[in-house]
Ligand binder design. Sequence first.
Ligand SMILES: [Fe+2]
Length: 368
Amino acid sequence: MQIKQLGRSSSRRSFLRASLAAPGVIGAAVLGDSLPSAAFDGTGITQGDINILRFLAAIEILETDLWQQYNELGGIQDSEVPGGSGSKVYTDALLTLDGDMSQYIHDNTEDEFTHFSFINGYLMSKGAMPVNLDRFRTLNGSTATGAQKIKRLTNLMELTVYTSWWTRYRSRTKNPDFGDTFPPAIPGLLKGKFPAIPRSDADLKPPDHIKAIAYTAAFHFGTIEQGGSSLYPSLAQRVTNVEVLRILLSIGPTETMHFQTWQDKAGNIDPLTDPTNGLMFPDLNNGPFPAGFGVEDFQTNLIMPEPTVFISPNLPVCSIIRPTQTQGAAMGTVRALTRDGLFSGQSAAFFAELNELAALADMAQRQI
Ligand SMILES: [Fe+2]
């Protein structure tokens, strides 16, 4: 039965590939297909559940790849997270934000590794295909001393970091699920492609340059982990099996624990301008602030979600993760990561695979 399921899945994959090549076709053509809601096995796990888990496994593999690069240069290289030997200058720049930065980078890296290994292990225990992206490890990484000279899945050297989550979580009246938009904490990070790790030892000076690279990393940490914080509750709404739901409800909040930590650390930046490229980190507590926004939209110690509108403007405001709207959440995640430059240099085949995994996850429907 499982083989049959995988077979059906495979013909579906070619269909999806064709659909994805023609934007607009997929919605109408695929919605009539019953496969995402079909039973996967006799335990109440649906094909949709499997598709959601497979997308999450892919995202966790990608997260692991990027965190591994951070750990090699700026974390702690040990038996729990092996690889690399550290860059003292980069590590010291990160430590200006918090004396425990290296430990946190190490632990976040280990957590992501366990997320994808667990989800893949669970998939295999149910007779489903695990996710393996090794064939897409084609990108060059940093040549700085301390980094492993191996091929990567993700690119941390050409990032355009969206930091609107900073003001989104501080807003008391707005919620992206109601169509609201938010100004970025660091507008300069939208105005170019910036390294979040030293690309080579040449990036280790002058001091304000490597500090700006560490600051870019600090905000990228928050950007990545707030994405995970929204992704899990968004997808959980379309899971059918209670055990699969338990997996999403148990992993998702660890992403939020990461996010909370990184948001706190990013708030420790000093105002700074990178002398090599003009990238500016403003004074978040004292402004100047954009028109219509004030102190509390940027204040660095407001690291707990401000209560805001949720479900309906007629209900009391609530302190929540935002967004959690479920429709298109997987594809939205792929779009956001791509927009940030995380996959700069990746192949068309990589994007086709990732889009396909996301499209399948987005088609899953909760069966009741
Ligand atoms: Fe994760």
